[in-house]
Design a protein around this ligand. Structure first.
Ligand code: OGA
Ligand code: MN
Length: 209
């Protein structure tokens, strides 16, 4: 785990247990974010991105009225150092959360996401109805110098009252957001500028929570 994350770890853990979500500004260096965004662009230019879909298995559908980003799943076959480093950070995060919350996170998955101007993702939970493996959602932003007029904020709804917006997070490079996949409603406000992120999930496939 890098310095930015280590410094903010205990605060992040407190916020996660108290509110169900946490944000760490500057969790990742601008240089690392820049490397990730260059690799994102390269994958997009190579035609590796697909329109994102909603749901899973039989209920999977492309729903551009619900979300309009495009994604590329990251994995062991991506040769880029920036991607492999990020996958290791996801693993480290899983281990920290396991130790602190007695969880049994044992898998993780993540994808690059690109929201072109006008794109959005309506209010939703990250857990599928037919699958409860996703425990913690992790979003890293990659946009340097994000302005208020760019919009595209990640809206976090209150865990206790999901009609209340409790945070509007600017998707600035290096900010890392964690939240409970099954409890925290969230939304990506329509963006005015090309918006890049890595969205991922720490999972437990043991069936127990
Ligand atoms: C998601 C999601 C938020 C973001 O992919 O489920 O909510 O800011 N992403 O990319
Ligand atoms: Mn989501």
């Amino acid at each position: 785990m890098n310095d930015g994350m280590v410094k903010q770890l205990s605060q992040m853990l407190d916020s996660l247990s108290e509110h169900g979500w946490a944000v760490m500004p500057n969790a990742i260096s601008k240089e690392s974010c820049r490397a990730l965004s260059l690799d994102l662009n390269r994958h997009q230019d190579a035609g590796d991105f697909r329109d994102a879909s909603v749901g899973r298995g039989d209920s999977k559908s492309q729903e551009s009225s619900i979300r309009s980003d495009s994604i590329h799943w990251l994995g062991a076959s991506d040769p880029e150092v920036s991607i492999q480093d990020w996958l290791l950070e996801m693993k480290d995060l899983s281990e920290s959360l396991n130790q602190n919350f007695f969880l049994s996170l044992n898998e993780y998955e993540c994808h690059f996401a690109c929201y072109e101007p006008g794109a959005f993702y309506l209010k939703h939970l990250d857990r599928f109805q037919n699958n409860s493996e996703r425990i913690i959602s992790v979003v890293l932003f990659l946009n340097d110098g994000w302005l208020k007029v760019d919009a595209g904020e990640l809206l976090i709804y209150d865990r206790e009252d999901s009609s209340l917006i409790t945070a509007e997070i600017s998707p600035e490079a290096g900010s890392l957001v964690l939240f409970q996949s099954d409890k925290i409603f969230h939304e990506v406000r329509k963006t005015n500028r090309r918006r890049l992120s890595v969205a991922g999930w720490l999972r437990s496939n043991t069936g127990a929570l």
